[in-house]
Design a protein around this ligand. Structure first.
Ligand code: ATP
Ligand code: MG
Length: 145
């Protein structure tokens, strides 16, 4: 089978939501499992974060709010879905999950939430494309007419 495991990286941006829709279509075609990945920023003890565990818990809760409805909507259409919520730099999280789960394809947005300026790729998509062992499909946000 061409794509058995498809990783899709989600940061809540419209480009990443389009990436999810691509993953949905692709997974239906190839009967693949979709692995939804979201990374939240590392909470540093050194910065004097007063309620470290609560802050992390809040990040995880927000991550679930983003990823769980997507997982449910994929599963509702019969697409097997796994979610991975990780702490740390997003590109590393994506590359680590891709490696650990031996995925066949990564689908992600060209830009993300920090999409200021006219660069084609954000730093996360840039780094993943540079280092991924598998093909990477990059999706742009819908252009305004
Ligand atoms: N925290 C994250 N968790 C999971 N995937 C992410 C995360 N951040 C970015 N991505 C993925 O990477 C894609 C490109 O986003 P990226 O962050 O590279 O662009 P940007 O936000 O416009 O630029 P930058 O972050 O460099 O300012 C997103 O559409 C998403 O698929
Ligand atoms: Mg970003």
């Amino acid at each position: 089978m061409l794509f058995e495991k498809i990783l899709v990286a989600v940061d809540g941006s419209s480009a990443s939501m389009r990436a999810v829709e691509c993953a949905r279509k692709m997974a239906k075609l190839t009967n693949a499992t979709v692995i939804l990945v979201h990374a939240f920023p590392k909470v540093s003890e050194l910065l004097g974060e007063p309620n470290l565990s609560e802050t992390i818990a809040r990040h995880i809760e927000k991550a679930h709010d983003l990823v769980d409805p997507l997982a449910e909507s994929l599963q509702a259409e019969g697409v097997q879905t796994v979610t991975e919520i990780l702490q740390g730099p997003p590109a590393d999280a994506i590359l680590n999950v891709a490696d650990a789960r031996d995925v066949d394809l990564i689908i992600m947005g060209a830009r993300g939430l920090g999409s200021l300026g006219s660069l084609l790729l954000g730093s996360v998509s840039q780094k993943v494309m540079s280092h991924a062992a598998c093909p990477v499909m990059v999706v742009r946000a819908q252009q305004e007419a």
